[in-house]
Design a protein around this ligand. Sequence first.
Ligand code: PEP
Ligand code: MG
Length: 765
Amino acid sequence: MLGILRSIVQEVNSARDLNEALAIIVSRVQKAMGTEVCSVYLLDPTSNRYILMATEGLYKDAVGNVSLAHSEGLVGLVGSREEPINLEDAPSHPRYRYFPETGEERFSSFLGVPIIHHRAVLGVLVVQQRENSRCFDEGEEAFLVTISAQLAGVIAHSEATGAISGLSLTGEEAHDVCFNGVPGAPGVAIGTGTVVYPSADLDVVPDKPADDIDRELELFWSAVQAVKEDIERVANRLASQLRPEEQALFDVYLRMLDESALPGEVVSKIQEGIWAQGALKQVIQQYIRHFELMDDLYLQERVVDIRDLGRRLLSHMQEGEQKHLEYPERTVLVSEELTPAMLGEVPKGQLVGLVSVKGSSNSHVAILARAMGVPTVMGLVDIPVNQLGGRELVVDGFEGQIFASPSADLRAFYQAICEEEDELFRGLEELRDKPCETLDGHRVPLLVNTGLMTDVVRSLSHGAEGIGLYRTEVPFMIKDRFPSEQEQREYYREQLEAFAPNPVTMRTLDIGGDKALTYFPIQEENPFLGWRGIRVTLDHPEIFLLQVRAMLKASEGLNNLQIMLPMISNVSEVEESLHLIYRVYHEVREEGYDVHMPKVGVMIEVPGAVYQIRELADRVDFVSVGSNDLTQYLLAVDRNNPRVAQLYHSYHPAVLQALVRIAQDTHAVGKPVGICGELAGDPGGALLLMAMGYDSLSMNAASLPKVKSVIRSVDREWAVQLLQDVLLLDSPHVIKSCVDLALRNAGFGRYLRPVKTPVCEPAAL
Ligand code: PEP
Ligand code: MG
């Protein structure tokens, strides 16, 4: 069974569109189960009806013409109960519905299973059998359930692809096709999708038709010519070091590039109407499969050469393609995996939004996007990337969603948000030099989280009172080796100088989890529970010591440095780190630098640390909560996984209780407590944190003006009452609604998203 299942899934996966995928499903399942009928009904979200989309065994004319209301017939019953229904005598069931167009009366056994993807019922898969012949047994039911579960994702993907091309299941125009990811950078953008592909990766080249066959041929031939020249150049360079028989290897390459060999095959595919990169991918993959099956070891080895040749040709074609790429006035850059270099290609002033299938809120691109203020969505599920080029897209970087082909209503809705945001910032500028204090005089310093120097510039213009979190891994991530002490010193000095005499809190290198350094790869089964943060740097004291040395030297004469330790889960980690920091401090002073011992703090990001706050806080000067990680670990929800994004809730009662406890216990030992996770930048979250007694809030520069204006407009007592009310509630959603309502009543409705966000069509999820 497993073999059959696998081959069906493989075949369906390679289908060109939804109809082909469904046709394969019905014919393969009918054969595999030896039944007379197999049909797929899909739920059309627009009409809310199940439409017969494909069948093997019923009259083909019925396809597309027979449909059932949401709760009509046995199909509707399977969908609404969300479980299989297996009947020996279907016509005698009270919910049986007869459609003469299908020829269905001849069949009596019925087995229907729902097709469910991410909780949404996409449709129903049905098999039927003639009278008196059989009742489907448990094994068959299990087979159909398995196949339906496996195919749901593929169906969702093809459906979304069709919808993006403007077609709903009924053939009517589709709009507002929604895809969920995770927020990368806040803000909303409306623009035109421009798809860019990672360079020289044949596996991700999409299959698509050629727009202009002659141009594709020209592109291909100039790539062949360029690769020939490359190879000849390499061969000449190595001529003196290689023996003649080794030189012959290059002749093999060149022969493969003869007109009649590989290029000939690519050209005929282009002439059939495939774009050049896709044609090259198909031919190279064909060659690779062919050579891999050969018994001869020498020929098997040639796979490497073919792959290399393919990569070289592709790389030249992409260069040619890039030259032809025209960026629209309002470009939303879309890619499987965006790189900072791709951003740099877009002409100045034309980049409005970013969409990356891979990556998380900690990827380089997201860091850069936040610094540049470009709304970004990362980690999108089930998105047909190559369908997004040239389409109008809405990027919602607050919620981590994108919409393709927006309807006039949806566009107007987001347009209004964009305008409100602009207006808000214009009005908030005057707040820049005013203190952040409540109406009854309670002061809460607002600090910023930085990584790049661009963040610093934006922060100063937004009136930040210091840096609450400088993510030092950012300068490490944008290099191709560890930065030297001198280089680090320069980065750190810039940050310290920009805010002096206000405090600048530098976190020691926090890599691991989803923060990777290309030159220091960490491969782990379970990276978020593995070697990350302080665990890495204590195991590599040479990295830690050098970093602290650079920080201390950079602080000379400014004395506004604070050092913060990430991912602390044990008292011993704090003690070891302190020991190393003292050691560096004495060494640096001995070297003649007139530096002060910086304040040292711990980040509370691990649930275990919440229960040891007093012991931890006792040993350091301050505590800062990393609520992003703390929430992820408390709720066991990966903060970058869009599949569970709806479970990641900063207003979860357990998170709030932990935050209260951290503030109380830190204060109990007489130390200050701040917070630097995203919750601090959420106006409602900031109010609750202030009420809990947090001494400072550190956030993205973009959130700072909003938070300041909310805090300046309320009494602390009012916020304390709100906190007391929400601490009695047990549901994150109810707590969020309660906080939103309070903000609305206080006149801050404009800082909230509308109660009803636009509908995400479940069929496209
Ligand atoms: C956090 O975890 O809340 C935090 C601020 O650190 P980072 O987001 O860099 O992991
Ligand atoms: Mg963290």
